[in-house]
Design a protein. Structure first.
Length: 353
């Protein structure tokens, strides 16, 4: 039995946020050994001029302040997304604000963009980029401060301060835990925001890909607006989806009524449907990253067939452990091979063809 196997039950004995912080510290201290196996070559893909060894990434929220991007890449992730990060440090919402719905293999959070701010992340990312794993694919997810009086400027500042350190940038307008944030998904505000952010991105020498992360709680008309904005502004990708404010009837855990965003297994179908609908609007012109309820290779494969070029996991690691990415990648490769695909790219959106 490995050290990790001994530690997992101990983490369940403390509250979820404490467990999360301990897990992050353990990774940064090197307590969790890296995986030895390399991803199957079948999983290789090239997107935005970036070579991904595996399409399975870590979603934003786990490492808000870029404390352990190197160790996280070592767990078998093809890429890692850090953040969400805001210009100024902020404590987030009052505790408790993170809840395990164990019976539902789900999580509810109302964290509220708790993070140490741009300066702290920049210092850590500079150190990471100068280290042995510095060429690893690490995206940076940008948010706005809760008390901001100029939300567009918050995102522009993120691009200017952190863009040179990012493999890609994400404009997060879909967290349900910052008041008013989701209204930025409306066509007018979204056009204004993404246009300003893109101008700032275009000034950078490295010009990292620019993506937007959307909510699952959107009507078809909303998706059509987002697809139109993406095309008009010329952003590079869309992440679908963030957490949901809905509560499916299937939930059975006593904590299901807690306020916040729901993630994990109950989000699987909703997130897949949004991604599928979005792919039918944008096709391969705007690459998609699928996230929400992915816990197995079959989940990842279904999302890729529905139109995702890459996928991300997070909540399932709470229940499956730190090596889930390597397991999902291996299962995904086996499914691609079973169905005769010679490349990952050939399977993207195949359910629509």
């Amino acid at each position: 039995m490995s050290l990790v196997d001994h530690l997992m039950p101990l983490l369940y004995r403390v509250d979820p946020e404490t467990a999360h912080n301990l897990a992050l510290k353990g990774l940064s201290w090197g307590i969790v050994p890296p995986v030895e196996a390399q991803p199957d070559p079948l999983l290789k893909s090239r997107l935005w001029g970036i070579d991904f060894a595996s399409p399975v990434g870590l979603a934003a929220g786990f490492d808000k302040d870029a404390r352990a991007p190197g160790p996280l890449l070592g767990l078998g992730f093809g890429f890692v997304e850090v953040g969400s990060v805001t210009p100024r440090p902020q404590p987030g919402n009052p505790k408790p604000r993170l809840f395990r719905l164990t019976a539902d293999r789900a999580v509810i959070n109302r964290m509220g963009f708790n993070n140490a701010g741009h300066a702290a992340m920049a210092a850590r990312m500079e150190k990471f980029r100068a280290g042995p794993l510095g060429k690893g694919i690490v995206g940076i997810n940008l948010g706005r401060n809760k008390d901001s009086t100029d939300e567009v400027q918050d995102y522009v500042l993120g691009v200017e301060r952190l863009g040179a350190l990012a493999s890609y940038l994400v404009v997060n307008v879909s967290s349900p835990n910052t008041p008013g944030l989701r209204t930025l998904q409306d066509r007018g505000p979204l056009t204004t925001l993404l246009s300003a952010v893109k101008v700032a991105r275009d000034r950078l020498a490295n010009r990292p890909p620019l993506l937007v992360k959307i909510a699952p709680d959107l009507a078809q008309a909303d998706l059509e607006d987002i697809a139109a904005v993406a095309a008009d502004v010329g952003i590079d990708g869309i992440i679908a989806t963030n957490t949901t404010i809905s509560r499916p009837d299937s939930l059975s855990d006593p904590q299901k009524g807690e306020t916040g965003g729901l993630s994990g297994a109950p989000l699987r179908g909703m997130a897949r449907d949004v991604l599928s609908d979005l792919y039918q609007l944008v096709g391969r012109e705007v690459p998609l990253i699928g996230v929400g309820g992915i816990a197995t290779g079959a989940d990842a494969y279904a999302r890729i067939r529905a139109g995702a070029s890459l996928v991300q996991i997070y909540s399932a690691m709470i229940y499956e452990g730190p090596y889930l990415a390597a397991k999902v990648s291996a299962e995904l490769a086996a499914l691609l091979e079973r169905d005769g695909f010679k490349t990952l790219s050939a399977a993207v959106g195949v359910d629509h063809r």
